[in-house]
Design a protein around this ligand. Sequence first.
Ligand SMILES: Cc1cc2nc3c(=O)[nH]c(=O)nc-3n(C[C@H](O)[C@H](O)[C@H](O)COP(=O)(O)O)c2cc1C
Ligand SMILES: Nc1ncnc2c1ncn2[C@@H]1O[C@H](COP(=O)(O)OP(=O)(O)O)[C@@H](O)[C@H]1O
Length: 322
Amino acid sequence: MRSFNRYTDIPDEVRGAVIALGNFDGLHRGHQAVIAQVREIAAAQGAPVGIGLFRPHPYRYFKPDAPPFRLMSGGLREGLLGDLGVDVLFELPFNVALRDMDDEEFVETVLHQGLGIRHVVVGEDYGFGKNRCGNVESLTRLCADRGIGVTAVSPVGLHKLYGKYGSTEIRKALQQGDVFHAQHMLSRPWMVDGIVAMGQQRGRTINFPTANLDFGDLVRPKFGVYAVECHVAGEAEWRPAVANTGTRPTVDGDEARLEVHIFDFDRDIYGQRLTVRFRSFIRDEKKFDSFEDLRQQIARDADGARAIFGILRKGSDGIAKR
Ligand SMILES: Cc1cc2nc3c(=O)[nH]c(=O)nc-3n(C[C@H](O)[C@H](O)[C@H](O)COP(=O)(O)O)c2cc1C
Ligand SMILES: Nc1ncnc2c1ncn2[C@@H]1O[C@H](COP(=O)(O)OP(=O)(O)O)[C@@H](O)[C@H]1O
């Protein structure tokens, strides 16, 4: 997949693309249906499959102080877009110039002159342009004037049992610790990735070293303990682990963090890229009276997570214990 962070000087071979416009945060089942529609139209026209999104997320641009809300890092989103058959990603810089374009200017300057788009796919309720002055009706008219096709897709991914598939619904599920529901809507486990950072180095003193990640602008899941799997960059497998998310009240932590203790693993991975996928909620985070009480609870949590993965704990002799 090729990616561009501009809408000028676009090479000829990626002009004429069929694109979906949106934020695609999470790339959930609803997003996947929209992208499938783009693939279908692009295949029929022999055109590149494209995505047009804004960076930073317009919500963040307008509300710099709003709480973290993203469902995935830019890197994960890019990787998954490639897996979904997207050939070209236009990450349009959301700045004063873009913010101030009305619907006609956006279609003319960005879609037509800039990217040379052939066809646009959006959701029925899509709004765009200065103060959201543009909608599907104006987009269709302005695009038609320039020979650009428009397809508006009706809400996709309604599920009779689980309701709507949407980024807001997934955020809510994660804030309730309901990683199963989030996983269902995403069609994959919820994942957090980042570079392993230094902590207070107390974990190793109780035989539970933990690799630490910052959530950055990602939504905070319900604080507590989870069974997770970890992927260390460069390795082939996902390693089972137990994680804590939260502010670590027992040791007076501050910023919310994700800490993972990877089972049967002993390596320095500071500075390495780690991806964590959430499998199951175990318990709420709490403040313990002593570090020793916390240590004992962590040992029980680790056994609980091992049980979820169906793996046994190895004793000091290296033999699995019941
Ligand atoms: C499985 C697990 C569960 C944890 N649960 C809690 C908890 O309920 N409350 C808490 O204050 N800290 C909890 N912690 C965080 C520990 O306080 C933290 O990992 C420990 O202080 C070591 O971190 P450090 O090496 O950065 O100092 C948990 C850690 C793990 C690995
Ligand atoms: N099983 C393991 N799970 C996670 N990290 C491990 C493991 N074994 C060794 N490590 C390493 O130890 C570090 C964590 O040790 P810890 O004492 O908890 O320090 P910190 O407070 O800096 O996280 C990790 O960042 C990683 O490099």
